[in-house]
Design a protein. Structure first.
Ligand SMILES: [Zn+2]
Length: 423
């Protein structure tokens, strides 16, 4: 899948100073994907951190500098819907060993590097779904990015996440109480207290594991009851936040959907009935195709050479059922299982599994913004945040173009400059 090679393109910028957020800037790509449709020949004006104009003939303020992006598509900064910025690929270090043996200091240092790699790949917003044993380090990393201490995407964070007692790992001998990758909570009082505690400490989303691999034979089984989940949703929604549910079993997905969570992650055993219920209830589906794909490759599977393993065949079937059902798809790959900065792997696999490139690009921009309630971004439209990415080629025809990043802008500031920019 790593088929991308960065191709240098001739780019001319008539700027003589570093481009900062306050300067008016006229961006001149070959075309603009505005979050919904492609427009050949559009230009975009940015000033004061916001988009001020976009269209076929825009008036740039006097003295505005021009940034020529020939051959490039300009699109809204990409939005990653499911990451673990404090985890790194499991073929480097297993999840258990990361949770148990890496210090928070090491994990945060890695997180800083991950945040930078994510931003440079064109992802200007990321919903991070659980620190996996690193407490509230995500809240601190988010604050450091917002204060400009380190570069990174705008983060939405979930803190430790909530699991049912006994369901989650790391697991060892029964005599030992090992530290867990998430916060255990049970019953109405326990769930309400954990959710309020997490929100109070900075969680933007409350993540709950509606099932996990804790069945009698190690298979995934539901954890919380529908009633527990419904109360959790009521408590969290009343604060203006939402619940996101991890669920890979059909039963876990059904309970989560009936309880009213906002998004369901993974959904490997989802079928048409499950996805139709989600569509009816307005619950979005985040397929995390790249996570299972990556773990299979770590186990020795060679995509395109070996036949698809059972888990990959099932994933393709459930993804097809999701597309058929009309459920809203959230773009999110569970990045962290694979390398941060390689977020586009999810987009490529979604195309391989049956979505059109245009639909995927829409999902990763305006689609995610709508589902995540981010009405200040995800589109190229006057008034919205100037979070923009330019890529060589047309990603609505060739999804791999998303890898050929030539410029990234966050809040009007060019954080990755085109090659050849005059200083
Ligand atoms: Zn995850």
């Amino acid at each position: 899948m790593l088929r991308s090679v960065l191709v240098a393109v001739a780019l001319i910028a008539l700027a003589s100073l570093p481009l900062s957020a306050q300067d008016a800037l006229l961006l001149r790509p070959a075309r603009v994907f505005d979050g919904e449709a492609m427009h050949e020949g559009w230009s975009v004006v940015v000033q004061g951190g916001r988009i001020t104009a976009a269209g076929p003939s825009v008036d740039a303020p006097r003295g505005a500098r021009r940034l020529e992006l020939p051959g490039a598509t300009l699109l809204p900064g990409l939005i990653e819907g499911h990451s673990h910025i404090l985890l790194h690929p499991y073929n480097e270090t297993t999840w258990n060993d990361q949770v148990l043996f890496e210090s928070v200091g090491e994990r945060v240092a890695r997180g800083v590097a991950h945040a930078r790699a994510t931003l440079m790949a064109g992802f200007t917003t990321e919903r991070d779904l659980g620190t996996e044993g690193a407490g509230y380090a995500d809240v601190g990393l988010k604050a450091a990015i917002e204060k400009g201490v380190v570069p990174g995407p705008r983060l939405l964070v979930a803190g430790p996440a909530i699991v049912a007692t006994g369901s989650y790992g790391p697991k060892g001998a029964a005599e030992w109480d090992l530290p867990k990758g998430a916060q255990e909570a049970d019953g109405y009082d326990g769930l309400v207290r954990a959710a309020r505690e997490q929100m109070g400490k900075g969680a933007d989303w409350v993540k709950v594991y509606a099932d996990y691999r804790w069945g009698a034979r190690g298979e995934a089984r539901p954890s919380f009851t529908t009633e527990e989940l419904a109360l959790l949703v009521q408590v969290v929604e009343s604060t203006g936040r939402h619940v996101v549910a991890h669920a890979s079993t059909k039963e876990g997905m059904m309970r989560s959907a009936l309880a009213g969570v906002k998004t369901i992650e993974h959904g490997d055993a989802g079928d048409l009935e499950t996805f139709q219920l989600m569509a009816e209830r307005g619950v979005a589906f985040c397929p995390t195709v790249a996570a299972g794909y990556s773990t299979r490759t770590y186990a020795g599977w060679r995509p395109g050479v070996d036949p698809d393993p059972e888990s990959i065949r099932r994933k393709k079937e459930s993804f097809a059922a999701a597309l058929q059902s009309g459920v809203k798809i959230l773009f999110g790959g569970d990045v962290g299982v694979y390398a941060h900065g390689n977020n586009v792997l999810e987009a490529e696999l979604m195309v391989d599994y049956g979505m059109t490139p245009e639909a995927v690009v829409k999902t990763a921009t305006s689609g995610n913004a709508d589902i995540l309630g981010l009405d200040d971004r995800g589109r190229v439209r006057p008034g919205l945040l100037a979070d923009l990415v330019a890529v060589e080629g047309d990603p609505t025809k060739d999804i791999g173009a998303l890898r050929r990043v030539v410029m990234v802008m966050k809040g009007g500031e060019v954080v990755r400059e085109p090659a050849g920019t005059n200083r």
